[in-house]
Design a protein around this ligand. Sequence first.
Ligand SMILES: Nc1ncnc2c1ncn2[C@@H]1O[C@H](COP(=O)(O)OP(=O)(O)OP(=O)(O)O)[C@@H](O)[C@H]1O
Ligand SMILES: [Mg+2]
Length: 240
Amino acid sequence: MPIIQTKNLSKHFGTVKAVNNLNLTIQEGEIYGLLGPNGCGKTTTIKMLCGLLKPTSGSATVFEFDSMSRKFQQDIGYMPQETALYPDLTVHDNLTIFGKIFGLSNSELARNEKELLDFINLHEKRDVPITDLSGGMRHRVSLICSMIHKPKILFLDEPTVGVDPELRLNFWKNFNELGKTGTTIIITTHYMDEASHCTKIGLMRSGDLITEGTPADILAKTNTRSLEDAFLAFTAREVA
Ligand SMILES: Nc1ncnc2c1ncn2[C@@H]1O[C@H](COP(=O)(O)OP(=O)(O)OP(=O)(O)O)[C@@H](O)[C@H]1O
Ligand SMILES: [Mg+2]
């Protein structure tokens, strides 16, 4: 049984078909990369899967529940594209608020906070207000706020924007480890080197899913040697 499934999922804003008849099947433990140009519908898709945006038509099920029921809320983590933190509060305070929303005890909170600050290498900023952090650091804190309750599914909308290359690599090691322990990750990125770490990729364009498969499948379909070239090939086919 897939952990996430969509059936003809669509969202239209007036005449804009942001997402158009999307059929996705995502299995537990998968790291599913949703890729495509600006405005192709990635964020809209993620918001519908989290139950934050009502589809115009079609449906999505998450853990067998309809997405709009949000019955799975305790089991998912969502990192929005726009950082959503309390700017005047410290890193520790932000993590505490998110942890308490999900009902963590003080000891669980302390343990998870330590683990996650290790992950983003930001212990020294624990007691610093968010406003005093650099942009990349804020992004790192936003990422771990979505993970504080160790959700079974993580929705990450461009989690590595503005993060330096060494740390990005480290993030991906961690995402892959999470995948091996059964966490499912749905992630968007514009970095093709990152896409190659996904177990499956879906490429969107103008609201449509134009191809899907493992990174190796995508390369084979286009007879190219890099994902960047593969996606350019798909773009050319679309235009042709
Ligand atoms: N609330 C809204 N009202 C009207 N149009 C919207 C709204 N949200 C998104 N759109 C439109 O829907 C389309 C898809 O937007 P979306 O944010 O899903 O794209 P995206 O793939 O996440 O892009 P990016 O890579 O820039 O983050 C765009 O044309 C956008 O302008
Ligand atoms: Mg987006």
